[in-house]
Write a protein that binds this ligand. Structure first.
Ligand SMILES: *[C@@H]1O[C@H](CO)[C@@H](O)[C@H](O)[C@H]1NC(C)=O
Length: 296
């Protein structure tokens, strides 16, 4: 049933989750622990990057800032979604919907830009190694990071201005588990940063292929493979959700892939870096060792 105000304008939106009720229960059981692992993993990365001297390089500053961003990003969707999974209450006020849209959109856009910045950083490190230190100094790092946040929020303010001009008088049901943007609006933010990322990786792969020795190739590739995994997960699921045509048969599939970029990318990032990256692994060991030494 829909809640409609006297002026016949919807005062609430109704979030339609998955059609299958069993799926709901499964998701509630699955997502609560996943959310905590995501938050814990990202906070761990932030702590490591701040505490460990060896991680004080541009690449890890970007990673730490990305983890900060992803903590915020998943917190705009997950808690609200879990509440509606657990209580069965699928309504959200228009204000709530706009607030969620605003923060989720801004964080997602900032993440697009930051991922592009990180691929540019890898491009400089691999293709212009001799100039890397001068081209990526502390000041430029801060500017690029601040730029990502500012562009994300600025872009979203403009979008939201236009959305707020719309009048909602039709159906007040949103067939999704959170308040999301229309594909067109989202694509306009994804495309530029996707092109930057794609171009950087085209140059990176081209220059890796030109390295003669196999070990040299592996070494160069290992510095960007973790980031490439995160990028592939994020853009892959975004593309499936926003580029595939709007067909009924695809709607549940798309919701599953929305879970990928809302929940799994923030989870994949700390996992990939802490499992595959030697420096992060050592930082974890060192930090744990220090902690135990302090306790005993
Ligand atoms: C974010 O980036 C800035 C600038 O490079 C750096 O000083 C800071 O430590 C980073 N923050 C985290 C949590 O990694």
């Amino acid at each position: 049933s829909s809640i409609v105000s006297s002026a016949n304008k919807p005062i609430m939106f109704i979030l339609l989750n998955f059609n299958n009720e069993d799926l709901w229960v499964l998701f509630s059981i699955l997502f609560l622990p996943l959310y905590f692992v995501t938050i814990a993993g990202n906070i761990l990365i932030v702590i490591l990057v701040i505490l460990d001297q060896r991680l004080h390089t541009p690449m890890y500053f970007f990673l730490g800032n990305l983890s900060c961003l992803e903590t915020c990003y998943s917190s705009t969707i997950m808690p609200r979604m879990l509440v509606s999974f657990l209580t069965g209450d699928r309504t959200i006020s228009i204000k709530g919907c706009f607030t969620q849209l605003y923060f989720f959109g801004s964080f997602a856009a900032a993440e697009c830009y930051l991922l592009a910045v990180m691929s540019y950083d890898r491009y400089l490190a691999i293709c212009r190694p001799l100039h890397y230190v001068t081209l990526m100094d502390g000041r430029i790092c801060i500017m690029l990071i601040a730029g990502s946040w500012i562009s994300g929020f600025l872009g979203m303010n403009i979008v939201l201005y236009f959305v707020s001009q719309l009048r909602f008088c039709g159906p007040n049901k949103i067939n999704h588990f959170f308040c999301d943007l229309t594909p067109m609006v989202r694509l306009s933010c994804i495309l530029p940063s996707f092109l930057i990322t794609l171009t950087s990786y085209a140059f990176i792969i081209n220059s890796i292929l030109r390295i003669a020795s196999t070990t040299g190739k592996q070494k160069a590739f290992s510095t960007c493979s973790s980031h490439l995994t995160v990028v592939a997960c994020f853009y892959g699921s975004l593309m499936i959700v926003y580029v595939l045509p709007n067909m009924n048969s695809l709607s549940d599939l798309k919701k599953v892939f929305s879970l990928f970029y809302t929940l799994l990318t923030p989870l994949v990032n700390p996992l990939v870096y802490s499992l595959r990256n030697k420096e992060v692994k050592e930082a974890i060991k060192k930090t744990l060792f220090k902690m135990f030494n302090r306790i005993y």
